[in-house]
Structure formats: C-alpha cells, structure tokens
Design a protein around this ligand. Sequence first.
Ligand SMILES: *Cc1c(COP(=O)(O)O)cnc(C)c1O
Length: 231
Amino acid sequence: MSIAENIADLRARMEAAARAAGRDPREILLCAATKMNDADRVREAVAAKVDCCGENRVQELVQKKVLGAYEGKPLHFIGHLQTNKVNKVVGQVDLIQSVDRTELLEAVNKAALRMGLRQEILLEINIGEEPQKGGFTPAEALEIAAKAGEYPGIFLRGLMAIPPISEKKGDNCKYFAKMRNLYIDIASKKYDNVSMVCLSMGMSDDFEDAIAEGSTMIRVGTAIFGPRHYT
Ligand SMILES: *Cc1c(COP(=O)(O)O)cnc(C)c1O
C-alpha cells in the first residue's frame, strides 16, 4: 500500500475508534512520526494530509527542513533532545513534545528568551515509571505546571507519553487513563503560561486504545511508512 493509502486507512480507523468512544473524530490529530524516512516520503505524507510531522533527531530534522519536506504542515520535535542542541530546535518547530527533564525545560526557556520568542512545549511523562526512560512523574508535571509562569520563554500546551512496550492489546489502557486524568487535572487549574490543548499518546500498535482513553494526538510511524530499516 502507498503512504496515501495507509493514511486513508488510518483515518478510517481513527474515526471508528473516536465514534466507538463517543468522541468527535475531529478532536484527534494525526502526527506522522517521520524518523528514518527521507524528504520525499515525508512530502507524500504531508500531501496526504497528516496534521503535523514529528521528528526524532535534530540532524534529520535540519536536513529535511532544508529540503522543504514539512512545508505546509506544523513540525514537532518528538525525540530525546540534548541540551547542547536546543538552539537548533527552539524556534524551528511549532511544538517540542519531548521536554522530559528540568534541565531541558530551562535550556529551552533560555534559548527562546534569547531568540525573543515563546516556544510551545509538551511535558513528557514517564507514565510507566520505567527507570531506563526519561520523563517527569505526574507529581513533577503538576509542580512544573504550577510554576510555568516562571518560564516566560515557554508555553505549556499539554502532555506526551510513550507507555511501556505492551505484550497484548489493551495493556496500555491503564497508562493512557492515568495520562488523561493528569491532563484534566492540570487543565482545570488555570495556571499562568499553561493552556492545555494536546494530549499526545498512541502509536501504530495502540492508538485505538489511546483514542478510547482521551488522546488528542496520535504519533504514527510504521502504520504510515511501513517498517523502519535500522542500519
Ligand atoms: C517512532 C515514534 C513513534 C511512532 O512509532 P510507530 O510504532 O512506528 O508508530 C511515536 N512516537 C515517538 C516518540 C517515536 O519515536
């Protein structure tokens, strides 16, 4: 199947999942996780109307951006971001989804202030409490949201999570539900510098469960582009 056919198929599945959950399908955006796919393939996905592109690695992002791969759609950063590379990402993307530690939050804030802009971000949550993974705990996320006003270079727009690798369908529902509760909790507080519009969760293998549990953005790679070939 072509990229466009895969996206059409995905859209149908997203819509069915939304309806099954009693949700309006328009509430859920499709982010193409474009890692390891070249500019031409990314352009195909953009032409087939994904809602945005999410890139994992700074070098890939810079290279494909020069080639105009993302033109016409918002660009997000969704991978691990080293603090010494924030200058290449801040101001270059519409949203950094993967702010996963205080050091990075502070570096993004500083870079944005220096550039005279306000960078939209999500906080990445280590919702499965996996020791090898980055991300804030829900308690830390609440604390950061409460003092987001102290970071005028950022604008907190929501939360992102990558739950543990699941063994079977449905395993991640409990994590997605936890994320939704945290998201609603922060949104209800009306903190300065916080306006929650994005709950980014769900990938190729579990997006239907994520939609059932309240996701507003799924990040999909394999189901759009096919398997990635790691070298
Ligand atoms: C690769 C990636 C995805 C998409 O994964 P698939 O299983 O291929 O859909 C989503 N989010 C992040 C952060 C990723 O790195």
